[in-house]
Design a protein around this ligand. Sequence first.
Ligand code: PMP
Length: 353
Amino acid sequence: MYGWKKRIRRVRPYVPGEQPKQRKLIKLNTNENPYPPAPAVERILRGFDAEELNRYPDPSSTLLLDAIAGRYGLGREQVFVGVGSDDVLAMSFMTFFHSQSPVFFPDITYSFYDVWAETFDIPYRKIPLDKDFEIHPEDYAGENGGIIIPNPNAPTGIDAGREKLEQIIRANPDSVVIIDEAYVDFGAVSLLPLIEQYDNLLVVQTFSKSRALAGSRIGFAMGNPELIRALWNVRNSFNSYTMDRITQKLGAAAMEDEDYFQTQLARVIASREWTKKQLRRLGFSFFDSRTNFIFARHERLSAEEIFHALKETGILVRHFALPRIDNYLRISIGTDQQMREMVDFLDRYLADH
Ligand code: PMP
């Protein structure tokens, strides 16, 4: 009976943060940028000729590749693009982690990594961070089928620094080491310059956070041409047209407006530093975030209680019911006004609880 049921592939999917329909909520739960993308993005959208959509998009996204390569001083053959860095990372798992040895990543990290490993039947091992959630390079010395580390780490916000990561890359010349730099623009140091030196290093970044284009879905990888070619080959064995015509143009325009990028980054960083001071005053402790979020716990109240109190008043943050981090809240940095409203609410709430 129903033999097809046995043939269904059963997977445990990643659960993204809520995207509620209500506009009035203060949404600090998925690390989006609170500001609009570069002004040229709107100009392109308004001027876009719908007639163009009868043709397939450029399968190699050349316009966008050149904009990225130009910004980072690379050749086109050193860049791969995908539909969000989730797509780039999924393709990278398939392309580079194709072995019987376990892929290593930290125990506290982006919770999509183990989902991809399971989906693609890739063995993996979670390497524990220390009690302060710091990484120790010597823990990554064992036999492995690849390594992936976000820097700064998510959801802790901690920047491991170039030295420790370089030590891991150097100690593993037979493995591809992926550094997921989704949040690097908010004040950490990118390992991008090291791709010239280490042919096993792949640096992955995204337009979703620092470039305020989460809704368009653009991510990219940078590395030596052989890694990049391998990624295109795997991508082209699935679907050659993943990135649509509009997105390619919007991404190129966003990448070209450096002034807007820098101004808007500085605003987010200033709000983050203001929020840190306020949270400290309110009895929260947290790590030195180099991202657009703060991972904080309260000295008295549980993260779960604060999460629900905030939600009830219309402020959405993220709480992970996971070992070691279930007493923390991840609070994305919104506008100054939004952060002020959150702090005002916490001031009142903590006074009575
Ligand atoms: N890496 C990390 C560490 C993230 O937090 C995220 C955001 N959820 C991503 C990758 C994926 O972002 P996107 O697909 O929007 O580029």
